[in-house]
Design a protein around this ligand. Structure first.
Ligand code: DX5
Ligand code: ZN
Length: 229
């Protein structure tokens, strides 16, 4: 399986979340925003770690035929280790597991042995101290700006203090690590998150719930760039 290059760590990236797309027409939705997609964010919910169920490896395998973007799979699962291989085989490029489920060191090891890029996610109320020890061993830190489980929630600005701390640690340690935010990202909150130090912006509703998703993604990129000025 050939993996798609994630690109240089720290570069600004827009990662549309297909959770907000029309599942009956997913390939069209993904192809329609391709020109403004750096990574494609795939939200996987198991109905246990979060109170919602979404999609799994078969959908990743199907989408792989329609996109050669980096597939950034966000595993909101209590037992992600049981599924890493299935996601790798389906065509995932990176998998992000939640620190709250535990067993982080082993999950990092398992993902690496499958050739996956590995991310670590923390919920809004999970202290930064729980992820800090792993920063040198992961490729991506996902700081959730909503409680996971549903699209269309409001951005939690309080999380920006964690983003700032993470960006300081990345810079001071010269770490090749992406900092991603997920939840409530729109034209107003994108520059706020980028200013705090995030470089990968996940957005579902702000792209796919708009009448013109491609233009919405382009506008989001422009807004995010304002945060870099
Ligand atoms: C939330 C998911 C998010 C969600 C973002 O559980 O992890 O990726 O789709 O959706 P919006 O952008 O609508 O907040
Ligand atoms: Zn997500």
């Amino acid at each position: 399986m050939t993996l798609i290059d994630a690109g240089p760590a720290g570069a600004l990236r827009i990662a549309p979340s297909i959770l907000a797309a029309d599942f009956g027409s997913l390939a069209n939705a993904v192809e329609g925003i391709d020109a403004q997609t750096d990574w494609l964010h795939v939200d996987v919910m198991d109905g246990h770690f979060v109170p919602n169920v979404s999609i799994g490896p078969p959908v990743v395998a199907s989408l792989r035929r329609y996109s050669d973007r980096f597939f950034d799979c966000h595993l909101m699962m209590s037992e992600p280790g049981r599924y890493l291989e299935a996601f790798a085989k389906a065509g995932a490029d990176g998998c992000t597991v939640h620190v709250e489920v535990g067993g982080t060191a082993a999950l990092i090891c398992d993902a690496r042995s499958l050739g996956l890029r590995i991310g670590l996610a923390a919920n809004p109320d999970t202290p930064y101290d729980t992820v800090a020890p792993f920063l040198g061993d992961i490729d991506l830190l996902l700081l959730m700006t909503v409680f996971p489980g549903f699209g269309g929630q409001s951005f939690m600005g309080d999380v920006m203090s964690k983003v700032q701390t993470a960006r300081c640690d990345v810079e001071s340690g010269s770490l090749a690590l992406d900092i991603e935010v997920d939840g409530g990202i729109d034209l107003v909150t994108a520059p706020v998150a980028v200013r705090a130090g995030a470089n990968v912006l996940v957005a579902g509703s702000a792209i796919f719930s708009r009448p013109y998703p491609l233009e919405a993604a382009q506008a989001l990129r422009a807004a995010a760039l304002e945060g870099r000025e």
